[in-house]
Design a protein around this ligand. Structure first.
Ligand code: NAD
Length: 299
């Protein structure tokens, strides 16, 4: 059983850390929000007064923070001019960042970790809060083979599918590519089901046909934007998330930053980003991402 320092005990980090405790690991946690630390303490996570205290003597450090800015600040100590987690963590302790962040920040932190002798993985997740609670997350990992081998048993406690996507930053690369596919295909479904309805086609009939034809995709099968078609769909619960439109918007923006830095043409990703920007700016960020069908319908 390992001593683990866990930084960022929010919607995802809280249940992930609790699953590590359940598996018998000793977890010391820190979050800037005291209520998050208290909620974690109720689930067996020892409360630390600072990030540095949480990682002292830990064999592994896991972070689950909002975005690249917080991850850079936490690891490099940029914000406060301090050493950050890379300096505070003991020599050879394994660093795992599971936040969804931009590829460039991930690679910058990897470089600093490697220079200080720490094995590191970027390991963003898919599966949402429900997956974090149920320990069924998918982890997409970037980093050296040795870091992946050490991290795997810990990740298996929190997730079901653990995939090594390649070198530093490749976990984040896989995450933005995957979610760009999801955002674009959700819009394709929203457009096709709206068009079908306008042409007099029953959406249930369109689903019966398309779900077993060449237009089928994950968004259509699991998150269908039209109510009354797929039981598990947020559309049946007034579009309560699920996966919030604000989160999809964040991930699409990351895909566009990555595309611009890599010189890749992603015209459909750009269109999806613009449509989610309109939708979120209109105050819909807390709805499920499938509610984008309302924008397409002109509601
Ligand atoms: P959240 O806002 O609930 O949790 C983030 C936590 O980090 C907050 O409690 C915040 O106080 C804390 N924090 C911020 N800066 C900190 C610092 N310097 N030190 C300590 N704590 C700090 O967000 P979340 O939903 O848990 O998401 C975390 C990450 O997981 C994000 O990158 C998100 O994109 C990704 N993600 C979320 C979901 C989801 O469905 N919620 C799904 C997949 C991936």
């Amino acid at each position: 059983m390992a001593d683990i320092g866990f930084i960022g005990l929010g919607n995802m980090g809280g249940p992930m850390a609790a699953n590590l405790v359940q598996a018998g690991h000793r977890v010391r946690g820190f979050d800037l929000v005291p209520a998050a630390v208290e909620a974690a303490a109720a689930r067996g996570i020892a409360a630390a007064a600072s990030a540095a205290e949480a990682v002292q003597g830990a064999e592994a450090v896991i972070t689950m923070l909002p975005a690249g800015e917080q991850v850079r600040a936490a690891y490099l100590g940029e914000a406060r001019g301090e050493g950050g987690l890379i300096a505070a963590a003991g020599p050879d302790s394994l660093l795992i960042d599971s936040s969804t962040i931009d590829v460039a920040s991930a690679r910058e932190v990897h470089e600093a970790a490697a220079a200080a002798g720490h094995p590191m993985l970027d390991a963003p997740v898919s599966g949402g809060v429900a997956g974090a609670e149920a320990a069924t997350l998918t982890f997409m990992c970037g980093g050296p083979d040795a870091a992946f081998a050490r991290a795997r048993p810990l990740l298996e406690v929190m997730g079901r599918n653990i995939v090594h996507a390649g070198g530093p930053g490749n976990g984040q690369a896989a995450k933005v590519c995957n979610n760009m596919i999801l955002g674009v295909s959700m819009l394709a479904c929203a457009e096709a089901f709206t068009l079908g309805e306008k042409l007099g086609l029953d959406p249930k009939k369109l689903f019966e046909i398309s779900s077993v034809s060449s237009g089928s995709c994950w968004a259509m099968l699991h998150h269908n934007p039209v109510p009354g078609i797929v039981e598990t769909s947020a559309a049946n619960r007034d579009y309560r998330p699920g996966f919030a439109a604000a989160m999809m918007h964040k991930d699409l923006k990351l895909s566009q930053t990555a595309a611009s830095q890599a010189g890749a043409a992603t015209p459909l990703g750009a269109a999806a980003t613009a449509l989610y920007t309109v939708f979120v700016n209109a105050g819909n960020g807390a709805l499920d991402y499938s509610a984008i069908v309302k924008l397409i319908r002109g509601e």
